[in-house]
Design a protein around this ligand. Structure first.
Ligand SMILES: *Cc1c(COP(=O)(O)O)cnc(C)c1O
Length: 377
């Protein structure tokens, strides 16, 4: 068996977040066991996907569902589905001539919702059309942006993005009036649990979640939830067919892993996880507040707007080196600790993904780095 050690790749303590670049999240042994069991038999993938869809739809209170390779894959399939809807002729045109041959290729997004992940819409052959501005959006701006070439609307969920955007219910009302589908990118919007059904119940046609973030399933997995019509339209583009969604395929191992992770997550006691995160945060604050020139405070909500506390560690310029430098030193130390740089003289540490032992190591590592003030120069 090849190990990280053999490759000279040294694991890190993740006090940042469920970032793909750090490996997303860690799987429960039951999840890896399900994957390992799945790897030992051939199955009919269509049969497995149909059974997985039915189970996920029931558990998440949606009409239909599809296990995909990530929220990005959901965006890709969703964009294709909104452009062709369930018209087999449109699917044929797309495959033979590309998206330019389709009558509807524009995907509307709030300007305030533009995120790096929306590159995948261009990959699908869509053109992103923005409405509103970075500060605010009016409902007439969405209404005016809808035209003959509109394929759908992509709405990026999260309280951290909602200030400048229209309320979700306003978007679905206008979309319904104009017969335009709505796709919700809810990749990191768990908890609360209700988000699994809240958006579809409020009128979304499709909603995507990452399997490898909060759900703690396989890194290359995700959930696409929604109406029968639109999830079925997504299937017309997805593996195991050899169509545009083929590069976003999931294996039987990811499917079984994600189903197991979803079961575990739905059974999880989120209240006690939250209480534990608060406890770790409070311990860090007590420890770090003693450091020279440091203020450590509880920040809320988490990076993606979720109901998690995190600790902001801050100092006045010159008292300690710049935060980027401190973060780089923490990342290079033993153990390696990854923090989230917030500004020139502040970073966050996140209690959610660390074990109790790691929480102590993080406190000690930050204490070592910031335990002395910078020499006057
Ligand atoms: C993480 C994330 C994605 C990508 O999700 P994957 O499951 O890694 O493909 C897309 N959109 C948002 C808002 C995200 O946070």
């Amino acid at each position: 068996m090849v190990s990280y050690d053999e490759l000279g790749v040294r694991p890190v303590i993740n006090a940042h977040n469920t970032l793909t670049v750090l490996g997303g999240s860690l799987m429960d042994p039951a999840v890896t066991e399900a994957m390992s069991l799945a790897a030992r038999s051939f199955v009919d993938l269509n049969e497995l996907q149909a059974a997985a869809s039915a189970r996920v739809a029931r558990l998440t209170r949606n009409e239909d569902a599809l296990v995909v390779s990530g929220a990005s894959a959901g965006l890709l399939l969703g964009a294709l589905a909104m452009m062709t809807r369930s018209d087999p002729r449109a699917v044929g045109q797309l495959l033979e001539q590309g998206a330019a041959a389709l009558p509807r290729t524009e995907i509307l997004m709030h300007r305030a919702h533009r995120i790096p992940y929306d590159n995948v819409l261009t990959l699908a052959g869509a053109r992103v059309v923005e409405f509103g501005n970075a500060i605010q959006t009016q409902d007439w701006e969405l209404d005016a942006a809808i035209g003959e070439r509109t394929a759908g609307i992509v709405y990026v969920a999260g309280s951290h993005l909602s200030g400048a955007a229209l309320p979700f219910e306003v978007v679905t009302r206008i979309a319904r009036d104009r017969d335009v589908p709505v796709f919700v990118d809810a990749a990191a919007q768990l908890p609360p649990r209700e988000n699994l059904w809240r958006f579809t119940q409020a009128g979304a046609d499709l909603v995507a979640f990452s399997g490898g973030k909060e759900l703690r399933g396989p890194q290359a997995s995700g959930l696409l939830l929604g109406s029968r019509a639109y999830v079925d339209a997504c299937r017309q583009h997805a593996f195991p067919l050899q169509r545009f969604g083929r590069p976003a395929k999931v294996g039987k191992e990811e499917i079984m892993g994600l189903l197991t992770a979803l079961d575990l997550w739905l059974e999880r006691d989120l209240e006690s996880d939250l209480a534990r995160a608060e406890h770790v945060a409070a311990t860090w604050i007590t420890e770090l507040s003693d450091l020279p020139g440091i203020t450590a405070t509880r920040d809320w909500p988490g990076e993606a707007g979720g109901p998690w506390p995190r600790v902001r560690v801050q100092w006045a310029a010159g008292v300690h080196p710049p935060a980027l430098e401190v973060a780089a030193r923490l990342a290079g130390a033993d153990p390696r600790v990854i923090v989230f740089v917030a500004s020139e003289c502040a970073f966050w540490i996140n209690p959610v993904l660390v074990t109790d032992t790691e929480a102590e190591l993080v406190g000690a590592a930050v204490g070592r780095e910031l335990g002395r003030t910078a020499p006057a120069s």
